[in-house]
Design a protein around this ligand. Structure first.
Ligand SMILES: Cc1cc2nc3c(=O)[nH]c(=O)nc-3n(C[C@H](O)[C@H](O)[C@H](O)COP(=O)(O)OP(=O)(O)OC[C@H]3O[C@@H](n4cnc5c(N)ncnc54)[C@H](O)[C@@H]3O)c2cc1C
Length: 478
């Protein structure tokens, strides 16, 4: 019998597990994919929003501002790449300037600090490549950027070190309630718990309806992106938004924590929440709108395009509450859910406590994490590390200077990866210009060696994404 079962491990589930792991509780996380952060958490704009977008008085506004305030210290403690680059909402005409004032007022009501509306001249001083047509901007210096999947992974890893159990490739198929507890089924496997948390992203309505009446609908919305090479990385110094519209925050141009340039997203309603592919029309829309903000973006330096799926809902706020006693929905966590995550995790713990879960702090829980990032070390530190373990002297990913030592460390991390992309998410291999074209086979070899599996069973990413078809001159995979 677990105290708490969390269904779904994107950044919301991970942050909740991280918070609960500070207390004397038995916690189980059930995730349907073969790694954590495989949903919206791995394909988004990676912005830590300041908090001027959500309507004052909403949960979203409160958790956004708190999450933004928590991000810098938390990322420092968990060794997650984060940069406090600030954001600018650009205004191109009088109507946009009116919108800036609305956003400013909203931000002030929400408690966002240091917000100001700046002139076109000041804008071009701090953001030299911005369009000459931009007449003014809303400047939010507290906004930042983060590595979103590493944020989730770091919180999950610390939770695992504190004793939270993570079962991947465990899709929850049904939940039944009896004698004051829940039985959560993943096919034929069953787990009992006193409390259940629904953090299932685009599937949160499906999980909700396993125990309660239908109360909301998820209306998925896809967003397409371009990721550009580091040669374009300094095209924007801040996250550059356009004025938001009915479809959301609009197309942005933003630096990334790895030094690339990120451009996107559009917003297209989708009937299939799991069909996360870009479209030519979507990318064309993104390109056209981004050039309005920064006309000099060189799209020929694109190294990848990808899409993410928003868990938008038919409600105006996050859906957080108990539809039945001891079953907590963290549902419809659309943007800015990444920013909110650590605050959402704390709020979830608060609600569980109010609903009878006793939270007794552990004496000395793990609260931080450190990672070796070889390329960031000094020459002396590199020499010392290589002397201790020669695997750090073998560079596998040349674009990003990731060593075999770091890959082996990732393979044995608290939530070990089962795919080449799982190593990418932990060690940063394949993140550079060649996108794993050169290091991919080496990473595959190391993954197989460390996991003791055949290369024929190695996965690129999710279940079934086998990389190799068969041995040369032998029969293929059937
Ligand atoms: C295009 C786009 C741009 C965005 N930009 C930003 C941004 O810049 N800043 C920001 O703050 N937010 C942004 N967001 C929002 C943010 O990404 C999400 O709010 C956040 O990632 C949601 O996290 P989550 O854990 O709730 O959901 P997810 O990350 O989707 O995780 C849900 C998990 O539940 C699992 N699951 C589902 N069903 C089951 C089941 N039956 N059993 C077990 N597991 C299950 C899924 O596999 C998944 O891993 C953006 C979102 C998108 C799509």
């Amino acid at each position: 019998m677990y105290d708490v079962i969390i269904v779904g491990c994107g950044v919301t589930g991970a942050a909740t597990a991280f918070t609960l792991s500070r207390y004397r509780l038995s916690v189980l996380v059930l995730e349907k994919e073969n790694d954590i952060a495989m949903g919206a958490t791995r394909a988004n704009s990676a912005i830590i929003h300041a908090g001027y977008d959500p309507e004052p008085g909403t949960l979203m506004a409160r958790l956004n501002v708190k999450g933004c305030e928590m991000a810098q210290e938390l990322c420092g403690r968990l060794d997650v790449p984060y940069k406090n680059c600030g954001s600018l909402v650009l205004a191109f005409d009088e109507k946009d300037i009116e919108t800036l004032h609305v956003l400013y007022e909203r931000g002030v009501k929400n408690g966002v600090k240091q917000l100001e509306i700046i002139s076109g001249a000041r804008l071009r001083e701090i953001e030299p490549n911005v369009s000459q047509s931009a007449a003014a901007a809303l400047y939010a210096p507290t906004s930042g950027i983060v590595n979103p999947w590493e944020y989730a992974l770091a919180m999950a890893e610390v939770a695992a070190l504190n004793g939270v159990r993570f079962l991947l490739s465990h899709p929850v198929t049904s939940i039944s309630k009896h004698d004051g507890c829940f039985t959560v089924s993943c096919g034929s496997e069953q787990f009992d718990a006193r409390y259940v948390i629904n953090a299932a992203g685009v599937d949160s309505a499906v999980v909700h309806e396993m125990v309660a009446e239908k109360a909301f609908a998820i209306t998925p919305s896809r967003g397409d992106y371009f990721l550009l090479d580091k040669s374009e990385g300094s095209r924007a110094m801040h996250t550059l938004f356009q004025c938001p519209g009915p479809a959301g925050k609009g197309v942005l141009v933003s630096p990334t924590v790895h030094g690339n340039l990120l451009v996107g997203p559009n917003a297209v309603s989708c009937s299939d929440a799991h069909r996360v592919n870009t479209t030519a029309d979507g990318l064309a829309f993104v390109k056209q709108h981004a050039l309005k903000s920064v006309p000099s973006v060189n799209f020929r330096d694109t190294i990848r395009s990808f899409a993410g799926m928003r868990a938008n809902s038919d409600q105006n706020d996050f859906i957080i509450g108990f539809p039945v006693p001891r079953f907590l929905d963290l549902a419809g966590i659309k943007s800015p859910g990444l920013t909110c995550a650590p605050a959402t995790g704390e709020y979830a713990a608060e609600l569980l406590e109010k609903n009878g879960l006793e939270l007794i702090p552990k004496e000395s829980p793990v609260t931080s994490r450190r990672k070796i990032r070889f390329k960031e070390l000094s020459i002396a530190e590199k020499q010392r590390l290589i002397a201790e373990d020669p695997l750090y002297g073998r560079v596998i990913c040349r674009c990003e200077t990731v060593t075999e030592g770091e890959i082996v460390e990732a393979c044995h991390s608290p939530i070990p990866p089962v795919s080449v992309d799982g190593i990418k998410r932990r060690a940063g291999t394949g993140m550079g210009r060649c996108q794993g074209g050169f290091c991919g086979p080496r990473v595959l070899e190391i993954l197989c060696r460390e996991r003791g599996i055949s290369p024929l069973d190695a996965l690129k990413d999710g279940e079934g994404s086998f990389i190799l078809f068969g041995e040369t001159k032998a029969g293929g995979r059937t």
